[in-house]
Design a protein around this ligand. Structure first.
Ligand code: BEZ
Ligand code: FE
Length: 297
């Protein structure tokens, strides 16, 4: 009998020996997950042949990643984001029918209890930044308007910070709001032009990006969560197509269909109607919601 037949652990038998131990797992899905992860991980180790020091470096990296996590900071999600895993999980779970708007990452800066505001409200509470008016329609895949859609929006300010990152500097709920569509499915609100910003990069994930010669920036965007009865919830962004980081988002969240139109307007009468003092940006973007599929949520 050779080592394989006796069930000893060797370089050759490593995967079968480890996964074989899980034969009595109570949860079939857990067993499958561990089988695939063990196989892929052993394959990577066999290909890379790390030294003991390199393996310890990897362990310490993961240790620091865990130690960085607290109520406000989730360094493992950032790791998943910069590895493209968050976007991959999002893509797998949000295969949309043709014509429906695409999803992208939620990100860490959503706040659950932002105020519901009248349509057209200005979500910029500190008058800082370049004025912007955003409008569009919430439609179904047949192009019909969706009434009663709830649109939760949030964005960074003109310096690239969310209100929750600048407590005491920005007003609470600055650049956030919830709007509800009427029968025409139309939405509009006022805000300021967002700016690109770095993902939190003062931890191990930021260091990793530095070592890899990567920048931590996300191109300027507005976040949306759109909910309506009978439709799949859409978690997405719209992006400024002229942003310097539009082709190198640190978390791979950009999709072509999410590039909005940002037009600079010199229209003093319209500006006055919006309560703006000079030129402003106009952004138009429609969203198409997918119907709930049988068995879906
Ligand atoms: C965001 O867009 O808010 C975001 C997404 C992923 C990581 C960090 C921030
Ligand atoms: Fe963001």
């Amino acid at each position: 009998m050779d080592a394989h037949e006796k069930g000893y652990f060797t370089e050759e038998t490593s995967v079968e020996v480890v996964t074989g131990r899980n034969a009595n797992a109570k949860d079939e899905r857990l067993k499958e997950v561990m089988e695939v992860i063990t196989r892929k991980l052993h394959e990577a180790v066999k290909e890379l042949e790390p030294t003991q020091d390199e393996w310890m470096e990897a362990i310490l990296f993961l240790t620091r990643t865990g130690q960085m996590c607290n109520e406000w900071r989730q360094e493992f999600i950032l790791l998943s984001d910069v590895l493209g895993v968050s976007m991959l999980v999002d893509a797998i779970n949000n295969r949309k029918p043709s014509g429906a708007s695409e999803s992208t990452v939620l990100g860490p800066f959503h706040v659950a209890d932002a105020p519901e505001l009248p349509m057209g409200a200005n979500i910029c509470l500190d008058s800082k930044g370049e004025d912007m008016v955003i409008e569009g329609r919430i439609l179904d895949t047949e192009g019909k308007p969706i009434a009663g859609a709830v649109i939760d929006v949030w964005q960074a300010n003109d310096e690239g910070f969310y209100d929750v990152q600048q407590k005491g500097i920005q007003p609470d709920f600055n650049l956030r709001g919830v709007f509800r569509t009427g029968p025409d499915g139309h939405y509009w609100f006022r805000a300021v032009k967002p700016k690109y910003y770095p993902i939190p990069d003062d931890g191990p994930v930021g260091q990793l990006l530095g070592h890899l010669g990567r920048h931590p920036y996300r191109p300027a965007h507005l976040h949306y969560i759109i909910k309506a009865d009978g439709f799949e919830t859409l978690v997405t962004h719209i992006f400024d197509p002229d942003d310097p980081y539009i082709h190198s988002d640190a978390v791979f969240g950009v999709k072509e269909s999410l590039l909005a139109r940002f037009d600079k307007k010199h229209e003093p009468d319209r500006a006055a109607g919006y309560g703006f003092t000079g030129d402003f940006w106009e952004v138009r973007h429609d969203f198409v919601l997918a119907p709930i599929r049988p068995g879906g949520a």
